[in-house]
Design a protein around this ligand. Structure first.
Ligand SMILES: Nc1nc2c(ncn2[C@@H]2O[C@H](COP(=O)(O)OP(=O)(O)O)[C@@H](O)[C@H]2O)c(=O)[nH]1
Ligand SMILES: [Mg+2]
Length: 322
């Protein structure tokens, strides 16, 4: 594409966002630093997330510097929303989201995984559940968790970055795709990137023993191009995955256990989640849904009713501050 000034515009993907400037990527140009054109800067200043990793843009070279001149429409965007205000856009235009679940050191809660799955479902992005640190986990416990999710139709992979177990299986599921890695801090996102790239690309951190939550090392999302057409977006550890951007209907439909009753709804394509809702009736009957999943769903629905309630953790935080 050529502009009126005769300069050539080229397609790029946003690979990293650093406040005032951006890393762009294209197969032809590799990684390039870029800034926003003045006009675009004013235009996007009102948006909270004008550009996120994965966004497609047009940019042109001007005086040895790359300048983003246009933002292209998104194919999809992954959101989370934990508090009042706008939802946070985590990435755009991905083929799938891999939710990393570590059953030990640190332990990923069911609630986190289920909230991620609901957000992915509503964004129309396929999810892959990735159990990490296989070497640390009891086999029966792990098998139980795997079965619980694979029976629901989820794609599940188990890996260990220590022993390399499961890595070839994972590679077959991420080759040729752009995958967003989601997970709490310390679950092994950066270690996985290292193993897959066979280089110490990402700085990993020892899990801090005082909190067992892991230290933050990745401060903003980063688009990484590996061999075998694997593109990974490593993200900073996410503590909580708020689902306040979703409706009750969207949350119910994101549970395959309930979604299969969708056809029995009185009004097709309508899920108002009121008392006559067939999906809510199934949930209440407690049949066909595992205890942990039901609890997690009920907690999600409750958080919509009372989104800004003070949690026990907030109390503890305030106590420690005072
Ligand atoms: N035992 C074991 N430790 C792992 C494994 N994967 C990662 N770790 C450790 O977990 C800690 C946090 O990993 P890191 O990749 O930084 O997590 P991130 O915060 O999700 O990027 C580091 O000390 C890693 O060495 C694994 O498969 N097995
Ligand atoms: Mg990391």
């Amino acid at each position: 594409m050529t502009t009126s000034t005769g300069r050539v515009k080229e397609f790029f993907t946003i690979a990293r966002v650093f406040g005032a400037f951006y890393d762009l990527y294209s197969p032809e140009r590799g990684r390039q630093r870029a800034v926003l054109r003045g006009k675009l800067r004013t235009l996007v200043s009102k948006e909270r997330h004008p550009f996120v990793v994965g966004d497609s843009v047009l940019a042109e070279e001007s005086g040895g510097e790359w300048v983003i001149s246009e933002k292209l429409p998104r194919k999809n965007e992954l959101l989370r929303k934990s508090k009042e205000g706008d939802a946070q856009v985590l990435c755009a235009n991905v083929d799938q989201i891999a939710v990393l679940v570590s059953l030990r050191n640190p332990e990923t809660k069911d609630g986190f995984l289920d909230r991620c799955l609901a957000s992915a479902y509503s964004a129309g992005i396929p999810a892959l559940i990735l159990f990490t640190k296989k070497d640390l986990v009891d086999e029966t416990v792990l098998a139980n968790r795997i079965e619980s999710y694979s029976n629901l139709g989820y794609d599940v992979v188990t890996v260990s970055c220590k022993t390399g177990e499961g890595i070839p299986d994972l590679v077959s599921k991420i080759s040729g795709k752009t995958t967003f890695l989601a997970g709490n801090s310390g679950v092994g996102k950066s270690s996985l990137v290292n193993v897959l790239s066979e280089k110490e690309l990402q700085r990993t951190s020892e899990v801090s023993f005082s909190t067992r939550k892991g230290k933050h090392t990745t401060t903003n999302s980063n688009f990484l191009i590996l061999e075998k057409d694997i593109i990974l977006i490593d993200s900073p550890g996410i503590k909580e995955w708020g689902i306040l951007h979703l409706t009750k209907g969207e949350i119910l439909l994101s549970f395959p256990e309930l979604n299969r009753f969708k056809e029995e709804c009185m009004e097709p394509d309508c899920c108002r989640a009121d008392l006559s809702c067939r999906l809510l009736q199934v949930l209440e009957s407690r049949e066909g849904i595992r205890e942990e999943r039901r609890k997690s769903l009920e907690s999600m629905l409750a958080s919509l009713d009372n989104p800004f309630r003070i949690t026990r953790r907030d109390h503890l935080k305030n106590e420690s501050l005072s």
